[in-house]
Design a protein around this ligand. Structure first.
Ligand code: ATP
Ligand code: LTN
Length: 333
């Protein structure tokens, strides 16, 4: 029997992925690729919805793909490709734009947040139509499952609405996808500000653990993580956000339970916990960093892998786009 289809992606908007991306997205993707026919995309067309430096964008697109592979996405099992290699994404996004209400798009909270951050005059129309490009990504591959963080739930809901709207106007064409939202434990917080999510757009770098940073730098950041003055090591997200975040990181990366960690660290100081967390972060990131550097040292081979996957992606995507055009009466070659 064929496996259900999964689609997910990340923007190539920084040099290095961070621990939140690793735990919240990549490590789940690597597990899910066993049970799904998975498409993982580096969504570079989404990245240009805010200004990007051209040379940097090209480099980051390859570096993001390399980090996917280094973290365990197997290009033999999954289709790992770059969005701009498959032109159907931009084409279907245009069609979906014509089916989306202005008010409907205006309600997207990510647009509201980001346009507030950049100011209305410097926010592009592309930022506004971002969710319809994301809907195109998902619908082109007939994906059933879309693993994303909580922040993307609304975009997947919009995707479902657009798929259903299209199907009822033009006949059954799209598979209606569902968001697969990670468990609460998979949300990682900023080490310096443990009530805010760890994010590449954080105000300072001190709370951000990057996969490609020097292990010593990450170790220092963990040792300086904000805790509290209660001095007991137990999980309590409300009262002890910093310690709880460290326990979550250890739990996920060390494959432990919170209870066993609470027992192990009973009567011990925060320094001990931080040392142990720094070690498990180092053990996780070091091989990923090494493998990423190897892959990036041979860009021709990396491009060959990505272009091969793009051929496969393109076949599926083009077939969907053809069905869409036919259903709508859009002439094609
Ligand atoms: P931005 O700061 O631009 O919002 P980001 O650092 O939050 O970016 P994204 O590119 O939006 O990262 O996210 C890529 C993937 O990583 C998404 O699936 C998202 O849910 C996940 N992710 C990002 N940050 C975290 C986090 N702190 N904890 C868990 N998952 C996260
Ligand atoms: N918007 C998502 C990235 C993204 C995506 C997608 C995720 C673009 N297209 C399709 C899942 C499916 C983000 O910012 N994390």
């Amino acid at each position: 029997m064929s496996k259900p289809i999964l689609f997910s992606g990340m923007q190539p908007s920084s040099d290095s992925l961070h621990l939140g991306n690793y735990i919240g997205a990549l490590s789940q993707w690597t597990q899910m690729q066993e049970d799904f026919d998975a498409f993982f995309c580096v969504v570079n067309l989404h990245a240009i919805t805010v200004p990007q430096d051209p040379a940097e964008l090209a480099q980051r697109t390859r570096a993001t793909a390399a980090q996917y592979i280094a973290a365990g996405i197997d290009p033999q099992k999954s289709t790992l490709f770059v969005q701009s290699h498959v032109s159907a994404h931009a084409e279907l996004a245009w069609v979906l734009n014509t089916l989306t209400g202005f008010g409907e798009a205006s309600r997207m909270t990510q647009f509201k947040d980001k346009s507030q951050r950049y100011g209305a005059d410097s926010s592009s129309v592309g930022l506004f139509t971002y969710p319809m490009l994301m809907a195109a990504d998902i619908l082109l591959y007939n994906a059933e499952a879309v693993p994303v963080g909580e922040d993307q739930r609304q975009h997947v809901e919009l995707t479902r609405d657009l798929a259903q709207r299209f199907n009822s106007c033009f006949g059954d064409t799209f598979v209606v996808p569902r968001a697969q939202i990670q468990k609460e434990t998979a949300k990682i917080f900023d080490l310096q500000n443990p009530t805010a999510k760890m994010s590449k757009s954080a105000d300072t770098e001190g709370g951000l653990l990057k996969v490609l940073d020097e292990p010593k730098a990450n170790q220092k950041k963990v040792m300086r993580a904000v805790t509290d003055d209660d001095m007991t090591i137990r999980f309590d997200r409300e009262a002890k956000p910093g310690v709880s975040n460290l326990l979550t990181i250890y739990q996920v990366l060390g494959d432990r339970t919170i209870e066993s960690l609470e027992t192990e660290f009973e009567g011990r100081g925060y320094g001990d916990l931080k040392k142990a967390v720094a070690e498990v972060v180092g053990d996780t990131f070091t091989p990923v960093k090494q493998r990423t550097e190897e892959l990036l040292s041979d860009p021709a081979e990396l491009d060959r892998l990505l272009l091969g996957a793009a051929d496969r992606a393109n076949e599926v995507a083009q077939a969907t786009l053809d069905r869409v055009y036919d259903a709508m009466g859009i002439l094609r070659r």
